[in-house]
Ligand binder design. Structure first.
Ligand SMILES: [Zn+2]
Length: 265
């Protein structure tokens, strides 16, 4: 199998919203030369992501525990390590901090729990030498603080929604950022898109969520990553081909897929 034309670095083809027509969605993606990383948010969806990755050369998996999932039983490093060592697992996540829902209340216990579960996943990523797929909402200061306290942590801040000042700090730590559908209909991302080094940015859909224009309001799918790349090209004043080539090359480097592992089946 040769190289992809585009790489949607974050999708959830494992989610039930694709149960009706998953095969067709994946066919559209493959027919367009698009690869994706199917991302788990807990044990169950992480296992499902691996199953899809075992079935299709174009699909890879990320395994982790999302901060808005039930964290009361903590993060089982042993169980996740078993999943994470699978040859088609290319990242740990999504994991991180999400203070959006709790920011209007003190909810200190919840914040402590999120940080604890995040820390365990950073340690696992370092241990098995795979990058982090970081989810961060309304908590960039804390996320930067935690990440910078670990030597050897590397990864991507997915669905980046922060300001340029924060993006710059992530780059200083060696992290990259990825943009999702909302950049196509909101201009608040333009400054970061323009100022970021071209080798530090990637594209994603986070499908089924957050569809880009002109598909807004519809269920998202990896095919729509084209719209995200189109917008990156437009904002930076470069050709679509140049943006697509850069975002794809960055993804292959980031996930260490220069020589992509084949499916095991
Ligand atoms: Zn996601």
């Amino acid at each position: 199998m040769d190289s992809p034309k585009l790489f949607d670095i974050h999708s959830h083809l494992n989610f039930s919203r694709f149960d009706e027509d998953r095969e067709e969605v994946i066919k559209r993606m493959r027919d367009n030369g698009i690869w994706t990383v199917c991302v788990g948010v807990d044990k169950k969806t992480s296992r499902e992501a691996i199953k899809l990755a075992e079935k299709y050369d174009e699909i890879f998996a990320a395994v982790g525990l999302h901060p808005t999932e039930d964290l009361t039983t903590g993060f089982s490093s042993d169980e996740f390590e078993k999943l994470a060592r699978h040859p088609k697992v290319v990242a740990i996540g999504e994991c991180g901090l999400d203070y959006y829902r709790i920011e209007n209340q003190p909810a200190e216990a919840e914040q402590i729990r999120q940080k604890e579960v995040f820390a365990r996943q950073i340690e696992l990523a370092i241990k098995i030498n795979k990058p982090l797929m970081v989810h961060c909402r309304s908590a960039h200061g804390e996320t930067l603080e935690i990440l910078s306290s670990y030597e050897g942590a590397r990864g991507d801040i997915h669905f980046f929604s922060g300001a340029w000042e924060q993006a710059r700090k992530y780059f200083d730590l060696g992290f990259s950022i990825s943009f999702a559908g909302p950049i196509t209909f909101a201009d608040e991302y333009d400054e970061v898109i323009k100022k970021s080094p071209l080798d530090k940015i990637m594209a994603e859909t986070d499908s089924p969520f957050a569809s880009p224009a002109p598909h807004r309001g519809k269920r998202g799918e990896p095919l729509f990553v084209k719209e995200v790349v189109k917008k990156i090209a437009q904002v930076r004043g470069i050709s679509y081909e140049e943006a697509a080539e850069a975002a794809t090359r960055n993804a292959l480097n980031f996930f260490n897929l220069r020589t992509a592992p084949k499916t095991t089946k």
